[in-house]
Structure formats: structure tokens, C-alpha cells
Write a protein of this length. Structure first.
Length: 380
């Protein structure tokens, strides 16, 4: 028997567990009066840098700004090509359009949903300047393959880790590196539903490069070297202190949250294993999975009718993503497609994400699984 409404992401229940600390931290920010770049922002920047084992964490206003600032810091010029997966959220390529760069869209791996390495390599031209691997749904792209390709072709690597903060990439020699700390720049979002989410908008960039770290800090604050002295054309993109206060508390729980999601994913894996029309998420041995989403592939055209069935039972389910980047009107005049996007189009027609968050309990998951089984039993 489920005790409460099932949510895709249950932020209210998560908040109840840390309510006293959050409320006190927000009140302290208000009393202190430093709302922009206050002590909580500096504390969060240092804490996240320590967690990720990187030299620099530069907070900003949101994850999309983080991507744009990264492109600006790398001096990418109009007409430069940047390789992106076609199967991702629009923000990854949107910033390229804003900067008059050319998004080159490539196919996805059918198992991990991340950028396909062969497709990436085939897309490189003399105009290519950067690669944006998106660590989709909570596990890392194949960075051990991507980094040598980038070095061979003198390309920058900008990791979009908005969905995979806290995930570890495991190299063949056993080294473990956090998502976003492998390429030239890592970018993330603290949108409330993210694994590390604030109570508004927020984002960050991270790097181990001293020159890039200093430049990013300036660009995010009007290109300013010091007050009223501006070295670069920049933007106004800063994380406010109240959001940083929330993030400081949540950062201390990030691994605990990841483990809760992992346990929920393990239950789904086991409970749904016997349904032939479903393909549960593949776990890449080179990456831990922090399950920002738990995404099934639904065979035989059942995706939309299963989604409707679940919603009729009070179970939310989401399609990430129903339309690939190459079919979005916004990119028709500026984007390029490299190779076949057959896998991407298949995924757009077959993926379905189930409720996944830190507060999922066993009765809720049993109810979800039972509803899925009932649907497929009714089709036989």
C-alpha cells in the first residue's frame, strides 16, 4: 500500500529531512546580508573543489551559463565546429547557437545513451575545435577513448556533467576521476531536480588549468580583473549566497543520495528483469552510475501506451528526449549532422524514465513494477 503520491522527483520529502539545517542556513544568509558571492558561495566553491579533487570550482547562475562561459573561455570563434550528441537536452547545443558556433550532431551508443565514439571520430573536420561529451542520465561517457581523440586532433573537451555529478570514471589502470574533472572544463547545473540541486537556479564550472580557472572567474563576473577593470567581454552569471547555503548542506549528503538512487535502481533492475519487452539501463563498467534518471528502452512500440497506462495508475513517467536536436527547428539553419543518427531516433521513440529520487520507498517501487507487469500481461 503506497502512503503518498508518487513523484518523479520528491524534493519536498527530501527537504523535510534537512529542514532545520536549511532553514537556519537561509536565515543566517539573510541576517549576514551578503547575498552575492558571500561566505556561503566561497565555502561551497571550496567544498565542491575538494569533493571533485579539482583546483578550481567557479559557481555561476545556471548550467546553461556554465556551458556558454566555457566556450567563451576557450576563445571559440564563429564558425568553429563543436561535436555534440544529438540525443541530449537542448542547452548543450543552444549555447553554440548563441555564440555563432556550429553544433555537429552525432549518434548515441545504444547501451549507455552517451556519445558514440566511432561517430564522434568520424565527425572531426579541420573546423572542429571542441567536443562536448554529455554524461547522460548519470553515468560517464567513454572518456578513456575521448581524451586521446581530442589530444590527437588538438580539440578541447568540455564535459556536460549536469546529470552525473558525483559519478566516478574508472580508467583501465584503476584510476578513478570524478565526472567533469577529466576534460579541459567541466560544467554542471544545480537545477532543483538535479542530484545536487538548490532551491532555484545555479551552476558551476570546474577545471585544473590555472589560466582557464582565472579566466572563467573573470568572464562569469563581467570579464572583470578587479572592480571597474575589465579584461574580457564577460557575462553576469553568479550563484547567490542563499542557493550556495542550500548546496553546502546537500553536498554533505551527495554520496548518501547517490547510494539511495542506486538501491532504487537495483530494485528496478531485479524486479523488471523478466519482461522481454523492456531493456533496463546498462551499467558501464568504466563508470559508476548515479541515476539522475532510470531510463528503460521499450520494444515493439509499447512506449507511449505504457506511459499512458502508468499515468492512469497515478505513476508519472517521462520521455527524455522525444525529439533529437537535429529535428529541432532552432538548429535547422545552424546545425550539421554527421553520419547516421539511427540509434538516436530509435531511442527517441523507445525510452521511458521511471520515478527516481532519494525518497522512493519499497511500497512505491512495488506498486510501479506491478503496474508495468500488469500492462504487459494484458498485452499477451
Amino acid at each position: 500500500m503506497i502512503q503518498q503520491k508518487i513523484e518523479m522527483v520528491d524534493l519536498k520529502s527530501q527537504y523535510e529531512k534537512i529542514k532545520d539545517r536549511v532553514d537556519s542556513a537561509i536565515a543566517a544568509c539573510i541576517q549576514e546580508g551578503s547575498f552575492i558571492n558571500g561566505p556561503e558561495v566561497k565555502k561551497f566553491s571550496a567544498g565542491l573543489a575538494n569533493y571533485l579533487n579539482v583546483k578550481y570550482v567557479i559557481p555561476c547562475a545556471n548550467g546553461t551559463d556554465a556551458l556558454q562561459i566555457a566556450m567563451m573561455a576557450l576563445d571559440l570563434q564563429p564558425g568553429d565546429e563543436v561535436i555534440v550528441p544529438a540525443f541530449t537536452y537542448v542547452a548543450t547545443a543552444e549555447v553554440l547557437g548563441l555564440l555563432k558556433l556550429t553544433p555537429v550532431m552525432v549518434d548515441a551508443d545504444p547501451d549507455t545513451f552517451n556519445i558514440d565514439i566511432a561517430a564522434l571520430e568520424a565527425a572531426i573536420t579541420p573546423k572542429t575545435k571542441a567536443i562536448v561529451p554529455v554524461h547522460l542520465f548519470g553515468q560517464c561517457a567513454n572518456m578513456e577513448a575521448i581524451i586521446p581523440i581530442a589530444k590527437k586532433n588538438n580539440l578541447f573537451v568540455i564535459e556536460d556533467t549536469a546529470q552525473a555529478i558525483g559519478a566516478d570514471y574508472i580508467f583501465s589502470d584503476g584510476r578513478r576521476t570524478k565526472a567533469g574533472a577529466i576534460g579541459n572544463i567541466g560544467c554542471t547545473s544545480f537545477f532543483p531536480s538535479k542530484n545536487l540541486g538548490c532551491y532555484g537556479d545555479g551552476g558551476a564550472l570546474y577545471t585544473n588549468d590555472d589560466a582557464l580557472g582565472e579566466k572563467i572567474q573573470m568572464i562569469a563576473n563581467h570579464g572583470q580583473v578587479k572592480k571597474y577593470v575589465h579584461k574580457y567581454i564577460g557575462v553576469n552569471s553568479r550563484l547567490d549566497s542563499i542557493q550556495a547555503a542550500v548546496l553546502n548542506i546537500k553536498l554533505s549528503h551527495l554520496d548518501e543520495y547517490a547510494n539511495a538512487r542506486l538501491q532504487a535502481a537495483n530494485y528496478y533492475d531485479e524486479a523488471l528483469a523478466g519482461i522481454p519487452q523492456l531493456k533496463t539501463p546498462i551499467r558501464d563498467p568504466k563508470s559508476t552510475h548515479v541515476f539522475h534518471q532510470y531510463t528503460l528502452q521499450i520494444a515493439e512500440g509499447h512506449r507511449d501506451s505504457l506511459k499512458k497506462h502508468l499515468e492512469q495508475q497515478g505513476i508519472p513517467a517521462m520521455i527524455y528526449y522525444p525529439v533529437p536536436l537535429n529535428e529541432q527547428e532552432a538548429f535547422q539553419a545552424i546545425g550539421k549532422v554527421s553520419g547516421s543518427l539511427a540509434v538516436t531516433h530509435k531511442l527517441c521513440a523507445s525510452v521511458l524514465s521511471l520515478p527516481m529520487h532519494t525518497e522512493l520507498d519499497k511500497p512505491q517501487q512495488e506498486y510501479i513494477v506491478e503496474a508495468i507487469k500488469n500492462y504487459f500481461n494484458s498485452q499477451n
